[in-house]
Design a binder for this molecule. Structure first.
Ligand code: ZN
Length: 241
């Protein structure tokens, strides 16, 4: 079994389509870690594709913001503007679907959660090595997949010691070890690589690979500007930051 694990699509349909096309021959099923909407110009189309294609989806802070479950005062001004724009454009059905997503799911031997398995609705950022180690006691599966920071990373707890790597490419899963993996962002990468990021988890090969996929960044940016969303939300896509 092989899973494609997507996070932080953020209404970027060009990036989502490119990632699904890349995953098509390589994954048997698709999982989503939330933040399907917010920032980008195509929230409803992304949401429909995710609902149709993903076997399991958990809620992100942007889902909770748009669904009215999280006060928008928690958002920075651009995120707040995008959440209000998105909320006004989604159908009632779409908003209800977002609001009903669970915070945590388990699939095979992995926990799926948007921000952190420790108090998932606190939307904690796991940015530095120490942030990740503190999250291990909060999940019981062998693996935990997260998004939220938009930067791919892996924390490995092995009998011979711990290892933290930023922007890993291939992660070999060793017997007895446990892993926390940030899969990066499909629709708004922030590691200075503008290509869309997602993870491929191959159970038989015991491997997680972070894939990068080029997509039509210029078109996604133009749609953001044409929609009247804050210009920096389009510009940042060009630099992946
Ligand atoms: Zn996000």
């Amino acid at each position: 079994m092989r899973y494609a694990i997507l996070s932080d699509i953020h209404g970027n349909l060009e990036a989502l389509r490119a990632v699904l096309a890349d995953a098509a021959g390589q994954a048997d099923a698709v999982l989503c870690l939330g933040d399907v909407v917010g920032y980008g110009a195509d929230p409803e189309a992304c949401l429909e594709l995710v609902a149709e294609r993903c076997q399991a989806t958990v809620a992100g802070n942007h889902e909770h913001g748009v669904a009215g479950l999280l006060d928008l005062d928690w958002f920075n001004p651009y995120a707040r503007a995008a959440a209000e724009w998105t909320r006004a454009r989604l159908s009632d059905d779409a908003r209800a679907w977002l609001g009903a997503l669970p915070l945590v799911r388990e699939v095979e031997d992995a926990t799926l959660v948007h921000a952190s398995p420790r108090q998932p609705d606190e939307w904690e950022y796991l940015l530095a090595a120490d942030d990740g180690w503190g999250a291990f006691p909060a999940f019981t599966t062998r693996l935990c997949f997260v998004g939220h920071s938009h930067v791919p990373a892996v924390w490995a707890e092995r009998s011979r010691g711990r290892e933290y790597r930023l922007r890993p490419d291939t992660i070999a899963l060793e017997p007895g070890a446990r892993y926390l993996v940030n899969v990066g962002s499909v629709g708004q990468p922030r590691d200075r690589d503008p290509r869309a990021a997602y993870a491929l988890w191959d159970l038989e090969a015991r491997r997680v690979t972070i894939r990068r996929v080029a997509y039509d960044v210029a078109r996604a940016r133009e749609k953001i500007l044409a929609a009247g969303l804050p210009r920096p939300l389009g510009d940042r896509l060009l630099a992946g930051r």
